[in-house]
Design a protein around this ligand. Structure first.
Ligand code: ATP
Length: 219
C-alpha cells in the first residue's frame, strides 16, 4: 500500500496585523484540501507594499499567538530571516528542496493576490514548485482577470487539485470575512478597538507593544 501524499498549504502575507480573515482562510483551505499542515510565512520585505511594515518580530509574534493551539498550523520565518526582497518563488523553491519531490505544496491566495499575480517575480515558475489555490475575497472579483493571469488559469485551472505535487490552479470557497489589514490599521490608528476582527490575544499584544498608535514609533 502506498502512503498518502503529504499535503501542505502555504499562506504568505505581511500579517500587519494578522486578522480573522487570515485564520478563516487557512481553516477553510485546510478543510477543502485536507491539509496535514498549513504554514504561515510572514514576509520580510514586502516589495509590493508601499510604506513601512511593522517590524518583523512583532508580526511574527502576532502570527505565533494567533495560531497557538491550532493543530496543524505552523509558522515559518524563513522570509524574515532572508535578506532582501521576499520573493515567493524563492521560498517555494527552497521548500521544495527541503521537503523533497513528493509532498503536495499549495500556495493559498485571496482573489486580490491572484489578480496581481503577473506582477510577481517569475510568476509562471510558481507552478513548477506548488499548486495555487484561490478563494474569492469580498469585493475582489474573479471575473475578467488580467490577460496574463487569465492565460495561466486557462492552462492550469482544474475543478479540483489533482493528486500531484504541483502544477494546477484550483478555487475554493469560504464565507466572506470582510476585514483587511489596511482597514484594521486605520481603525486602530483612529483609536478604535476592533477586537472581533482580531484573533484572541492580538489586541492585547498590540496595546501592550503600542503598535498602530497615532504617534507611533512602532519598535
Ligand atoms: P493589506 O490590507 O495590508 O493588503 P491583507 O489584509 O490583504 O493586508 P495580507 O497579509 O496581505 O493581508 O494577506 C495575506 C493573504 O491573505 C493574501 O493572499 C490575501 O488575499 C489573503 N487575505 C487577507 N485577508 C483576507 C480575507 N478577509 N479573506 C480572504 N483572504 C484574505
Amino acid at each position: 500500500m502506498t502512503a498518502r501524499r503529504r499535503r501542505i498549504g502555504l499562506l504568505g502575507g505581511t500579517f500587519d496585523p494578522i486578522h480573522v480573515g487570515h485564520v478563516a482562510l487557512a481553516r477553510s483551505a485546510r478543510v477543502a484540501f485536507g491539509f496535514d499542515e498549513v504554514r504561515f510565512l510572514p514576509t520580510g520585505v514586502s516589495w509590493q507594499k508601499s510604506g513601512q511594515a511593522t517590524p518583523a518580530h512583532h508580526r511574527l509574534e502576532m502570527v505565533r499567538l494567533a495560531i497557538a493551539g491550532q493543530p496543524g498550523f505552523v509558522i515559518d520565518d524563513r522570509e524574515v530571516r532572508r535578506a532582501g526582497n521576499s520573493y515567493t518563488v524563492d521560498t517555494l523553491s527552497e521548500l521544495r528542496t527541503e521537503l523533497g519531490a513528493e509532498p503536495m505544496l499549495v500556495l493559498l491566495l485571496g482573489s486580490d493576490q491572484l489578480r496581481n499575480l503577473a506582477t510577481w517575480h517569475r510568476y509562471r515558475e510558481l507552478l513548477d514548485f506548488a499548486h495555487i489555490a484561490v478563494t474569492r475575497r469580498e469585493q475582489v472579483s474573479l471575473a475578467r482577470l488580467p490577460d496574463p493571469v487569465e492565460t495561466l488559469v486557462a492552462a492550469h485551472g482544474r475543478d479540483a487539485l489533482p493528486d500531484a505535487p504541483s502544477g494546477a490552479i484550483a478555487f475554493f470557497g469560504m464565507p466572506y470575512v470582510p476585514v483587511s489589514a489596511t482597514r484594521l490599521r486605520e481603525q486602530l490608528l483612529a483609536g478604535e478597538r476592533p477586537a472581533e476582527l482580531l484573533p484572541r490575544g492580538i489586541l492585547d499584544y498590540i496595546e501592550r507593544e503600542r503598535l498602530y498608535q497615532p504617534d507611533r514609533a512602532n519598535g
